[in-house]
Design a protein around this ligand. Structure first.
Ligand SMILES: Nc1ncnc2c1ncn2[C@@H]1O[C@H](COP(=O)(O)OP(=O)(O)OP(=O)(O)O)[C@@H](O)[C@H]1O
Length: 257
């Protein structure tokens, strides 16, 4: 995390961003500002519109109206691959790994996907050596180097989620969007993942959705609370969590659980 100053550059800015599904406003006139170098959390009760907002920011959904600027460039309506070229990478809520491939093979595939040629059959030894070092560096960063050659199906759940983070990192993103990176984890894995995200967030901007308030409180410089598609509150974690409206929104969710 970098120190965030008032004049920090803006990584993401949305204006009146709206997504309507058959008359239902899942994201409703959202003005979001994510400062460059910050970790910015999106929280809110189930169905608040967090994932829809993620999908809009990354081009997986087209907004009904409003605009999205990423690093000062208007990416509104652009497809995911164009948004990705602006240095944006995301993780998904659901794990999407191949059980029979190893971690090493996953990272190799992610790196190959980065080159314009896609898969390359003829490669110099020097290039192969450099790629191997990069693969191992990525696996080391997420603590999986010693398990590099194990089929993913044999890894523990927390290790699979760490591998997914390495696949996001392989894209060398300036902006990383992490959708519930600790979902389904036990306390130890959550703590490890907090440390991991802290490390990989250095020098980048991170937008994070997580229901675990310990994760949000440990990592986020700023928090935006969504409710019914709208921004309910925004600010540093300690301010937001004591906000009466936020407490009421969460209590309301507990009532309906
Ligand atoms: N493709 C879709 N078609 C119709 N409605 C949708 C679609 N995607 C999401 N919604 C609705 O939009 C609302 C917001 O959903 P979204 O998944 O963005 O919420 P969320 O805040 O991410 O929730 P959760 O915390 O449960 O993941 C929900 O009411 C959902 O049912």
């Amino acid at each position: 995390m970098l120190a965030v100053t008032a004049d920090a550059r803006v990584a993401v800015r949305t204006r009146a961003l709206t997504k309507v599904f058959r008359g239902f406003r899942a994201v409703d006139a959202v003005d979001l500002e994510v400062r460059e170098g910050s970790v910015h959390a999106l929280v809110g009760p189930n169905g608040a519109g967090k994932t829809t907002l993620f999908n809009l920011l990354t081009g997986f959904l087209t907004p009904t109206s409003g605009t999205i600027l990423v690093f000062d460039e208007d990416v509104t309506g652009q497809p995911p691959e164009r948004v990705a070229r602006r240095g944006v990478a995301r993780s998904f809520q659901i794990t999407s790994l191949f059980e029979t491939l190893t971690s090493r093979e996953h990272v190799e595939l992610a790196l190959q996907g980065l080159t314009s040629q896609g898969f390359r059959f003829w490669r110099s030894e020097k290039l192969l050596g450099r790629d191997r070092a990069r693969v191992e560096d990525l696996l080391e960063q997420v603590g999986l180097l010693r398990l590099a050659d194990k089929p993913v199906g044999l890894l523990a759940y927390g290790q699979k989620r760490a591998l997914e983070l390495s696949l996001v990192l392989a894209l060398e993103p300036r902006l990383m969007l992490l959708d519930e990176p600790t979902a389904g984890m036990g306390i130890e894995d959550v703590d490890r993942t907090i440390e991991l995200i802290r490390r990989i967030a250095a020098g980048r901007t991170v937008v994070l959705v997580d229901h675990n308030m310990r994760v949000v409180g440990s990592l986020a410089d700023r928090v935006t609370v969504l409710q019914q598609g709208r921004i309910l509150a925004e600010g540093p974690y300690d301010e937001v969590r004591n906000d009466e409206r936020v407490i009421t929104a969460y209590l309301g969710e507990a009532d309906h659980a």
